[in-house]
Design a binder for this molecule. Structure first.
Ligand code: HEM
Length: 526
């Protein structure tokens, strides 16, 4: 009896001793890196902050305190290295072997399976090669028609939402638009999210993105076994099933249409487009000389949908936010629209060629991605020891590539809090100093698609509306943004007290979001 009691009491201690011993070498090696003081058992978990915006603020503070260099921190026994040194970016992003993703990506696996974003090793290599032609120039032109068609609808939708100059949450509306674009281009189906905002399917996409955000920041909900006991678990399963059923159903119908040879013909309302969609290229592709299995098709289509709409929602929303706050920039953008489209062509759809002629818009989006990168961090996991820039990085370390910090590094970008698109014309950053779409073999496969979509939507909105801040007094008078990340910590705290309720509160849950929405006003130009 006593023995059993001692054993029960001793087990947790033995377990901790085992973890301590196991991480001894990693601790010794990683202690050579700068970083906050580490406590036994918890590591630095107690310093991280309680809310997602607080965690982001803490990461920037540590970065500032450690000479804007890499720094390490521990979450319990899990070692993390925040990577902000360019040499590290170069090594990691160029590596053909350091391609395994951080543990947080596994939160997406029940939905996305092992698609291009989450897979590794030979599966990733083969699928990457197979999917690359899906973003060929000709295919993009087809996709552009969809982008134009949906953004024309979006303009009408915005006229209703913003009627009478009312203040509204643009981020919420942008999500419906990007969903419509991605479902049509990925699968050839119109889900009409803009009109059916409350439908089960549209709600399921929204809920799944929200679920990923919540679980990213909850140490116990991140664990798949423990999560089964959470009160929101049944709702999560229902959401997951809605998304899985929808995608499987579309794939099956498209597969049958392919077999019958009717897919490229006008065919009822579901497959009414004559254009090739992403799913069509997958259906005619092979891996190891065989067609893709239905699970593989599911994984890649779902990945395309997730990666292709969550990111562009962020990019379009923050771009429009910046347009609203920087009226001088808006004037330059509008002037360019008049030059490229002609005064009488402001309300027509821009061609592929015309979008490529909008040079100032290109600079503007580049600068928007510097200050508000849609994917602020990219996570990798070391499956073995690596020597990077002369430092030993031990096996089992999670690497967070701080794309966000790069944009606020004043050694590369002078006056980083000043929003100045021309800077990209005057001085080009080095190849690993500015990487919003990542770089190297695992870079964003959808980069061209994304830029085309963002430009098509932003160009159309500024031609139809004068974009205004939620309140006139919030317009920037000196070109500086109101975001305080990257400022010296004492100054940041002082400025944070002056934040307005309509200033975005930033958080990162895979992509960059504003916790309190992105509020602005629109005034119709004609
Ligand atoms: C502003 C928009 C976007 C940004 C900033 C962005 C950025 C990124 C970044 C940084 C990565 C690397 C992620 C990592 O290594 O973990 C990535 C990967 C990826 N992106 Fe994007 N992305 C955007 C839009 C898109 C779109 C529209 C699509 C599809 C239509 C897409 C599909 C993908 C896929 C499939 C991967 C995984 C590639 C691989 O691992 O081989 N992205 N993206």
């Amino acid at each position: 009896m006593w023995f059993a009691l001692y054993l029960v009491l001793a087990l947790p201690l033995l377990w901790l001793a085992y973890l301590e011993l196991k991480s001894l070498r990693r601790r010794r090696v990683l202690n050579k890196f700068k970083g906050p003081k580490v406590l036994p058992v918890v590591g630095n978990a107690h310093q991280l902050g309680r809310t997602p915006p607080e965690i982001l603020g803490q990461m920037f503070e540590w970065w500032y305190q450690h000479d804007k260099d890499n720094f390490r921190y521990w979450i319990g026994y899990y070692p993390n290295l925040m990577v902000t040194r360019t040499k590290y970016f170069e090594f990691i992003l160029s590596s053909q072997t350091l391609i395994s993703k951080a543990e947080v990506y596994s939160l997406m696996q029940p939905w996305l399976g092992l698609g291009l974003l989450t897979s590794t090793g030979s599966k990733w290599h083969k699928h990457r090669k197979m999917i690359t032609p899906s973003f060929h120039f000709n295919v993009l032109q087809d996709f552009h028609e969809v982008m134009n068609e949906k953004s024309t609808k979006f303009i009408k939708h915005l006229k209703n939402v913003s009627g009478g100059g009312s203040i509204f949450d643009f981020q919420e509306q942008a999500h419906f638009l990007t969903l419509d674009i991605i479902c049509e281009t990925a699968m050839g189906v119109s889900i009409n999210a803009m009109e059916n905002q409350d439908s089960e399917l549209v709600q399921a996409f929204k809920d799944m993105c929200y679920n990923i955000k919540v679980r990213t920041f909850s140490s116990w909900k991140r664990n798949p076994t423990l999560y089964q006991f959470a009160s929101d678990y049944p709702a999560y399963c229902k959401t997951l099933k809605t998304l899985q059923d929808f995608t499987h159903d579309v794939i099956e119908k498209r597969l049958n249409a392919h077999k019958e040879g009717t897919v490229l013909a006008s065919h009822g309302d579901e497959f009414s487009r004559k254009k090739m969609v992403f799913l069509d290229t997958l259906l005619s592709a092979t891996v190891d000389g065989r067609p893709l299995t239905s699970q593989e098709l599911y994984e890649e289509v779902s990945t395309f949908i997730f990666a292709g709409h969550d990111t562009t929602t962020s990019a379009i929303s923050f771009a429009l936010y910046l347009v609203s706050r920087h009226q001088d920039e808006q004037r330059k953008l509008f002037e360019e629209q008049r030059e490229v489209m002609g005064d009488s062509g402001l309300d027509r759809e821009a061609t592929f060629q015309e979008i490529s002629e909008m040079k100032y818009l290109d600079l503007f989006i580049k600068e928007a991605q510097r200050v508000y990168p849609s994917v602020p961090f990219v996570g990798r996991y070391t499956e073995k020891d690596y020597v990077i820039d002369g430092d030993l990085v031990p096996k089992g370390t999670t690497l967070h590539m701080g794309i966000f910090m790069l944009g606020y590094d004043d050694r590369v970008f002078k006056e980083p809090h000043k929003f100045r698109p021309q800077r990209f014309e005057e001085e080009k950053p080095g190849p690993f100093e500015y990487v919003p779409f990542s770089a190297g073999p695992r870079n964003c496969i959808g980069q061209k698609f994304a830029l085309l979509e963002i430009k098509t939507v932003v160009s159309k909105i500024i031609r139809h509306f004068e974009v205004l801040p939620a309140l006139d007094e919030l317009a920037s008078k000196d070109g500086y943004i109101r975001t305080t990340l990257g400022l010296p910590p004492t100054e940041k705290r002082k400025r944070d007290l002056q934040q307005h309720k309509y200033d975005p509160i930033l958080l990162v849950a895979m992509s960059l979001k504003s916790e309190n929405g992105i509020y602005l006003r629109l005034k119709e130009r004609f």
